[in-house]
Design a protein around this ligand. Sequence first.
Ligand SMILES: [Zn+2]
Length: 465
Amino acid sequence: MAQLQDKLYKYAPHFLQNSLVSIYNILAYRGRNSGKYHEFLKHYKANKNLSLQELKAIQSKKYTAFIKYAITNSKYYSNTLSKLDSPENIENIRLLPIVNKELIRQNISDIYTIKKSEGSVAKTGGTTGKSLEVVYLLDDSRERHAILDYFRHNFGYRLGKKTAWFSGKNLLTPKDIRKNRFWKTDYIYNVRYYSTFHIHSKYLKYYIENLITFKPEYFVGFPSTMYEIAKYGMHYNIVFPAGIIKAIFPTAETITTEIRTVLETYFKTKVYNQYASSEGSPFIIECEQGNLHLELQSGVFEVLDNQDNPCTNGRLVVTPFNTKGTPLIRYDIGDQIELDEPTAVCPCGNNNPLVKHILGRISDYIYSEEKGKINLGNISNCLKGVKGVIRFQIQQHHINALLVLLEKDDKTFTNKDQDVFLKNLKDRVGNRIKITLKFTDNIPVEKSGKYRLIKNTIKDEIVEQ
Ligand SMILES: [Zn+2]
């Protein structure tokens, strides 16, 4: 929201703030769900059961059109691609250079094919703090929303169904916090936005009580926030009624097995994951069978090893078709995935190839000279057999030292829990790295509202042996 609106919002009473959130959403949805949106939504629904061959034919055709568009309209790609031999042929994709976020950032003005004022702008965060501004053609942005809606519609979701949203928008005022009110409600679309900036044990009770009375059918947003709420509820034996939540749709963060199990157990529902990114990755969506599918109609996915050769478990390099405003061609997005067997078929009827795991940010790891890289999933497993940890964060600012911040519940956390936790951690990072444990009553979230389990500020200096 613009500055004046920000001020107006800040001093308005609660009910008016709710209305302002509604007005903001009406405008946003009006833009997003117009133009070709409905055509796209129909298209994806109609194509749900195409054969793999048909999907690949569509992918190949869209690829050709996308590469031609980029060469014609983007100065950067005209320079880097036009001299290659038939770059628009998907068979030749490996001849095209791989780009990464830093390269895109440095050349961004030559990459844009339209002015910012002509499209919609998305800012990507970034663990390194440097953000990237990508511009979408309005219809590309509508197609992305249509794909997301197509995915959620598989589980009964529609705009207007009661939804609890856990997002990075900070909508609360000091008065809200004094009143233990950690949400704003859009009564037109039936969405309640819960703050992800106030996930603290002294407030979580109010979140749960409010969720139980609000009775949302769907949860959307940062899984780490939902996870903290669920763990708090389990810990204090606050029963969350069955049959309320139809599905949980996490966004933006990596889901570990631990997070998924806790959410499904506490809220008594299923989690359906999807992978996309604000800079415009093609989509990976989970089906009703719980399998992850690459959506080939949204782009090309390559999984590459460190020598850039195709493999089944490696870096994800993407060519998303709906990034015509800021074309991304063979973009190394910084995430790791593991593909399933190419012959694997899903009983859901969708023939898009299957993904075994989305392993998440390659950058989310701790590095130990003794043990190598320890990823997010392994770090989160340090809580096995440990009671009374509200949450923790591991920071690495030095190759031989880790700082562990830990929020504990004084009533249940014992010396034994501390020992088990430290032993679990040492099993993973080794005994030579120095571990400093610091208790705190509030681990701050990032500016984006996301909570990070791992903060590694030295990864650029790590040279693997
Ligand atoms: Zn499936």
